[in-house]
Design a protein around this ligand. Sequence first.
Ligand SMILES: Nc1ncnc2c1ncn2[C@@H]1O[C@H](COP(=O)(O)OP(=O)(O)O)[C@@H](O)[C@H]1O
Ligand SMILES: [Mg+2]
Length: 364
Amino acid sequence: MIRFEQVTKRFPDGTVAVSNLDLDIDAGRITVLVGASGCGKTTTLRMINRMIEPTGGRILIDGKDVHDSDPPTLRRQIGYVIQQAGLFPHRTVARNIATVPLLLGWSRKKAKARALELLEMVGLPAEHANRYPHQLSGGQQQRVGVARALAADPPILLMDEPFSAVDPVVRAALQDELLTLQKDLRKTIVFVTHDIDEAIRLGDKVGVFRPGGGLVQYDTPERLLAAPKDAYVDDFLGTDRGLRRLSTVSAVALTAVDGPAVTEHTPVGRARQIAAQHDSEWLLVLDPHTHPRGWAKVADLPETGDVTGAAVTPIGRVFQLEEDSMRGALDSAVMSPAGLAVAVDGAGRLVGTVSLASIHASTP
Ligand SMILES: Nc1ncnc2c1ncn2[C@@H]1O[C@H](COP(=O)(O)OP(=O)(O)O)[C@@H](O)[C@H]1O
Ligand SMILES: [Mg+2]
């Protein structure tokens, strides 16, 4: 665990970047520090590995004051990732990743093997090992930055806006990968961002900082969204707080029921009956393996034959009860012309449908 006790940083020009900060950071979890620019997030992060020295208070790692460890020893147990990855431009990808192992005196062979292992872990092909950073995309460079920070397997990872410079799609992929990696690695990660969505997505706990006001609220994403402590936090969470909150609630509480679903080979007459039983103007058409194919409008069904030939509107989104959030279920219902969310199992087969009304009723 990392503990801040009454930590203050006053820069020589008189700027107080951090003031009397008390904060406990859980081991093996992702803690996100979020706030507008200038509210002391980077300063807070850099005091952990002594890139910046506090002017008051102390910081303990597992009960030990960081001030009592010399910076090189301290940094060996703390990986550091920054925006734009901060890679050495004149070194190959493998050499970049191997930086710390080589400093630690590992053999070239062992360091190289470790670099290749990490490349794979962060989802990059082995051929990239001999490229130079400028030959990679921004997202790939960030992955190398993460690999480099993990090279010596430090228990602590500090990440300062690591994904802020890449486009939203790549960013979401990097966030997913960090969460996947963390399932195995269980590092103590302190992640700084100014993006509240990123904070809620990644954080086991989120600390909201206010310019000049320090840490305003420190909570799980669920509690933050359910009970913002004051108007500042409420504003920061934004007008779509309700929607964001749905992203933190599992869809498992929903019950999927038999909906107006038919396989392609259902005769049209029978299909009309099923639609009528469900009082529905739309039918969910399934392939022979019960994978949902699309929505067919009952009024547009052919006169005779089966449903195979019916025109279908594609399904915008399906969801899984165990894997997805209420937000996922809501998106699925909203995108469906019938107002029904489509629940599938892990193999993409239909489990059932959930109405908008029952999603609302099941939302705390
Ligand atoms: N070396 C420095 N000297 C003086 N002021 C600084 C220095 N570094 C940061 N600051 C100031 O401290 C405040 C907090 O900065 P920082 O920790 O970088 O914030 P954040 O990462 O949240 O944007 C800002 O007002 C910034 O201008
Ligand atoms: Mg910063």
